[in-house]
Design a protein around this ligand. Structure first.
Ligand code: COA
Length: 157
């Protein structure tokens, strides 16, 4: 079931350019960016998108399709991009990717992707309905359509 509350545009809550620098305490035993650290940073960025969209407290229900596509190294600039793909009633899917940016050439490489499911919570900390999301661009519409299949797989339908 989908929400009946009036919608907000994807762009109203999307994050296109959240940057971070890879510091020494972000590294694993091999000297590259630790995957758990990326997940933590990603969860925080995705949570901001969910909070902004819903105007509610939100909790992470699930993270799936996690892909570590390429390593990042000490001193690298990370760029996070995240947006609400679709809203159902109390839950929403936020898609996120992280890139490494070469600050000399401004070239970017995709290093990480995941989907986050957040649930909005009311003052009693019970799930509460979220306003709809309105996709506008072709990419936003494609993500919106594809999100339904992912939700069905998550729910084992
Ligand atoms: C999130 C939480 C409140 C959901 O509780 P619940 O009893 O499953 O609540 P509901 O049955 O009302 O489901 C809430 C929403 O989650 C969705 N949901 C449940 N299981 C799901 C799954 N496996 N995949 C995707 N969505 C799921 C439901 O469909 C519903 O969404 P909808 O209203 O849009 O249809 C509960 O699981 C929780 O507190 N989890 C811990 C969260 C947490 O501590 N996160 C880490 C810190 S932020």
């Amino acid at each position: 079931m989908e929400t009946t509350l009036p919608g907000k545009y994807v762009s109203e809550s999307a994050i296109n350019d959240q940057t971070a620098i890879v510091f020494p305490n972000d590294l694993n035993a091999y000297g590259t960016l630790f995957g758990g650290r990326v997940l933590e940073m990603a969860d925080q960025v995705a949570a901001v998108v969910a909070h902004r969209h819903s105007g509610r407290d939100c909790v992470t229900l699930a993270i799936d399709s996690v892909r570590f596509l390429a390593p990042a190294r000490r001193g690298d600039i990370l760029v996070f991009q995240a947006a609400v793909n679709r809203v159902w009633r109390t839950s929403m899917e936020v898609g996120l990717r992280a890139l490494v940016e070469d600050y000399k050439t401004l070239e970017r490489k995709h290093i990480f992707s995941a989907y986050f499911t957040f649930v909005a919570m009311d003052e009693q900390f019970r799930p509460v309905a979220v306003c709809a999301v309105v996709p506008v661009t072709d990419e936003e519409k494609r993500r919106y359509e594809e999100a339904e299949g992912r939700r069905e797989r998550r729910l084992g339908k």
